[in-house]
Design a protein around this ligand. Sequence first.
Ligand code: NG1
Ligand code: MG
Length: 520
Amino acid sequence: MAGPVPIAHSLGDIYTSDALPSQTKRWNKLVSQFEAKYGHGPEFVSRSPGRVNIIGEHIDYSLYPVLPMAIAADALLAVSTSPTPENASSYTIKIANVQGSKFPEHEFSLGFDAVDIDATVHEWTNYFKSGLRGALELLRKKHGDDFKPKSMNILVDGTVPTGGGLSSSAAFVTASALAVMIANGEQTVDKTELTELAIVSERAVGVNSGGMDQSASVFSERGSALFVSFSPTLKARPVQFPKTNPELVFLIAQSFVTSDKFVTGPIHYNLRVVECSLAAAYLNAVLNPPGTRLPADAAPLGISLHGFQETYFALKERAAGATSSKSVSEQLQELLTLTEQTLDKPEGYTREEIATVLGITVDELNARFTSRFPVRAERFKLRQRAQHVYSEALRVLQFLDLLESSSSPASGEDTAAYNARLGALLNETQASCRDVYECSCAEIDDLCAIARRNGSYGSRLTGAGWGGCSVHLVPADRVAAVREAWETEYYSKLQLSQEQKEAAVVVSRPGSGSAVFLVK
Ligand code: NG1
Ligand code: MG
């Protein structure tokens, strides 16, 4: 899985045969629009897909493994370059989008020091700039501080719906960083390096994100889901779904409730990141010996619920003078009990209450946890957030186990019963997201209920939630019934454009990850 981002030689390396005709048209159009705009052809196209998360929601930033897969929709950057003269003091980025009315073009003249990003304005090119910034940091590390980036002409074509939970942002940031690396002469780009820089970069846009989306976008392989773990280091490996008859497919259904993390971060996404870190710090203060520090790991706020798990069990073992016989799943079960006992205030905790337990002032608490990404809350629901994270981490392991263990239908279990077990875990995730983590919404709950009534084994939100997309595990012979029910019971009640109607539901098969296509 690790290794360089592939150089594609034909679109058949990237897309499945059913997608190929329409993708070929799209790519040709992109190239001819590029020529019309800049007066010459692109040198290469960088490409990164969106993703759907199958299971493992809101746990990546607590450093627990997740199971997403890439979808066919992607971000493409067609690029040409020109060298920056020895004596120049700046370079130029011209960036335009095939959807010019929605995403207006820009020209930036940039100095050689760090790229400025104003995260207070919501501007589509910020995502490019964050990829640029991350890539340049890496290039400087490799080639020294006086490294001079090339000027670039760029035309972008993105098909991942924005604000829809399918991670248009990570697709764009990773494709951008990849484009900058290739534009500046890198012959190969390491997948792990690209992913890590994109994770850090995306935080520059104002969202305190985990690393699932960028990993899925870069590492995915056609035909497989991806098991991504973050600790101790980023690792990704493909996971196959068992072949069943009827085939199991993932349906992705839009709710058309737009949830913009940039706008609602302080009460939704960024607040959850803070609550999880506060929960970890609180559990650490109460349950570990005084003075124990959680590892400053790669979690957005440096303190993760996963870090607490590791420290807690390691210290316990040391105290007992024995190595633990507990499996990770058993540890997670125990953490659920400890969470219930220790974080016993369902109404939530005030800053004062948390600061007292941590032995710091409220100002120190704010500086450490809520200054970089502001949040708005009177009370922090530490109990519920930790409960969701530990139970969801457990469900990911159970799901993986079902996919990979001998209990798959090949070994004789009745297919429907097996599918029902997979689906039950997805349904439990949805219940936990709705009731415990509070990141669903009525419309998503509705889509899930309709799908289950019509043959879905498991239905849930995917991505950050509070709107956006839902994912459903449906046997191929029930797809039409589920679609029809959504149409009559949900979509027909919304005012949708033709374009929205066509994009509302897609059958998704696991697609391939980032690639570069060299144009001859
Ligand atoms: P979306 O909103 O689908 O891009 C976000 C985070 C993920 C993960 C999920 C919840 C970003 C870029 N992505 O996904 O890292 O935390 O929510 O599981 O913020
Ligand atoms: Mg996103």
